[in-house]
Design a protein. Structure first.
Length: 206
């Protein structure tokens, strides 16, 4: 059995959350190594791309959260076997990737500069992406983004939108998802109630 260590921030959500859940659903043991934002500053030079998440498998270090999610998602039965459904799953994930990258560009800004950048982010790519994802979800049947089942796309999207809704980011209102794409709110609730996902968080709270 491989020795696996996943390193990411000490938070529920973000780029490593889908991999954490997929590993749990697949029944694969791993070290959930969580670091603080303060610790990250001193550690980032030791990471291949000075960023997290990273995953160490049998002593070898790998990057790229989507690659991790897809690999372990397949092991957990959370990735479509059909090529087209796989495309739809990937498209939804990468939409969130674009939104996350845009949000990341506002980090480190302060004052009016931050306010202006975040307002542009909200009225621009965030709102556009929310509406697009809502349309994609509706076209797929209204419950899941691909294959009529829970996939890593659902985990990535619901996880990201939950973080947005926590009020972690100044000038990004917590009700933005409800106002722009109410169908995605129902989707988040559906994903949270999935027994496999609920079991992961139940274990986390113990």
């Amino acid at each position: 059995m491989s020795t696996i260590k996943l390193t990411y921030f000490d938070m529920d959500g973000g780029r490593a959350e889908t991999t954490r859940i997929a590993l749990s659903i697949a029944g694969i043991e791993f070290e959930d190594h969580r670091i603080t934002f303060e610790e990250f500053g001193g550690l980032k030079s030791t990471f291949p791309l000075s960023s997290v998440p990273i995953i160490e498998i049998d002593g070898h270090t790998y990057t790229q959260s989507n690659a991790m999610s897809r690999y372990f998602g397949k092991k957990a039965g959370l990735y479509p076997e059909d090529a087209w459904q796989g495309f739809l799953c990937d498209e939804a994930m990468y939409i969130i990737d674009d939104v996350s990258n845009a949000l990341g560009k506002t980090m480190g800004l302060t004052g009016d500069e931050l306010k202006t950048a975040r307002e542009k982010f909200v009225s621009g790519i965030l709102t556009t992406a929310l509406k697009l994802l809502s349309n994609r979800l509706k076209a797929a049947g209204g419950e899941y983004f691909a294959a009529n089942q829970l996939t890593i796309a659902d985990l990535v999207i619901s996880g990201f939108l939950k973080v947005i809704g926590r009020g972690m980011f100044d000038h990004v209102h917590t009700d933005i998802v409800e106002k722009s794409a109410p169908l995605l709110v129902k989707h988040m609730e559906r994903v949270s109630k999935d027994p496999r996902v609920a079991s992961y968080y139940q274990k986390r709270s113990q």
